[in-house]
Design a protein around this ligand. Structure first.
Ligand SMILES: [Zn+2]
Length: 305
């Protein structure tokens, strides 16, 4: 089952935010919010969190799974709303988010979307502007965040999409929060997105294989919803197949530079055409595909598979 609309997923997991930018409330005795979304989802978060009638003092952690602008944009809003919750991320994300240039870039990208959606008033009302993040506690592979009532969130290092990426796995629920370390469903929900090894392709594949080997009943993406039941495990093996097919496709088009450039433009156009609401323009989308293609070809050149 593919769940598109935010709402209750299980007694322990609430899907928050929006189909394009999903966050999750994971509840034990204490709770954590997984994913940092974008600042434009703050009005949705406000309504959803109000309607939960949930004691906000229980929210102990805000978990940033990776530091890209579309995965931490709502953290300043959440931190202002839940000042006692501790912001968690990897050591590399902490370093990245301490860089004023990165903060300015993340703020600009979030502001662009706020302006495009005409949400400037809402942003002011909710104090949802992106003005930086202080990562208060660094987490890494092997750590467990015990939320009580049997809900333990295991932290997995899943570098490849970014250097700083972490996933969360909750054995008691067989629930995985893979962030962008696995290809997520396309907007139509039927197909699956291209792999996005923007940092390192070999690591991306290794991380994806690690996730695909888990016993998963629930797979909650930060873009385009949640898979439950048999489809949850399947979406990860489909992602791995899509990744291997894309790698072959890149290699087949890498005979000469002109052909490769045509392939990059065509792929970027396909990605944009599949979306009704994209965070990227054509130039940026082509830049992303160009990076991904270079990472794939680079991993071949270095002989690391
Ligand atoms: Zn990302």
């Amino acid at each position: 089952m593919h769940i598109r609309e935010p709402g209750k997923i299980t007694d322990r997991v609430e899907y928050l935010g929006d189909w394009h930018s999903c966050l999750y409330l994971l509840r034990g005795k204490e709770a954590m919010i997984i994913g940092g979304g974008m600042s434009w989802v703050a009005p949705s978060l406000e309504k959803q969190l109000d309607s939960l009638h949930f004691d906000s003092a229980r929210i102990r952690y805000l978990f940033i799974a990776h530091s890209h602008f579309d995965h931490c944009g709502a953290i300043p809003y959440l931190k202002r709303r839940f000042p006692k919750a501790q912001v968690l991320a990897s050591a590399y994300a902490q370093k990245v988010l301490a860089n004023p240039k990165v903060v300015e870039y993340i703020a600009t990208r979030n502001e662009e979307l706020i302006a495009r959606l005409g949400l400037q008033g809402e942003q002011r009302r909710l104090k949802a502007q992106f003005d930086g993040i202080q990562v208060e506690h660094v987490v890494d592979e092997g750590e467990t965040l015990d939320l009580g009532e049997g809900i333990e969130a295991h932290v997995l290092a899943v570098p490849g999409h970014s250097q700083c990426a972490l996933a969360v796995y909750v054995p008691a629920l067989k629930a995985l929060f893979p962030t962008d370390a696995a290809p997520f469903p396309n907007e139509d929900g039927r197909r699956i997105s291209y792999p996005s090894p923007q940092y390192d392709f070999s690591l991306y594949k290794a991380s994806l294989k690690k996730l695909a080997s888990l016993d998963v009943d629930l797979c909650a993406f930060e873009h385009h919803g949640v898979f439950k039941g048999a489809e949850a495990a399947k979406i990860l093996s489909r992602g791995l197949k899509k990744t291997e097919d894309f790698e072959k496709n890149v290699l087949a088009h890498s005979r000469n530079e002109k052909e490769l450039q045509r392939f990059i433009k065509k792929t970027a156009a396909q990605v944009l055409a599949s979306k009704s609401f994209s965070f990227q323009n054509r130039e940026r989308q082509e830049g992303i595909i160009d990076t991904v293609v270079k990472k794939i070809l680079g991993s071949q050149a270095s002989g690391v598979q």
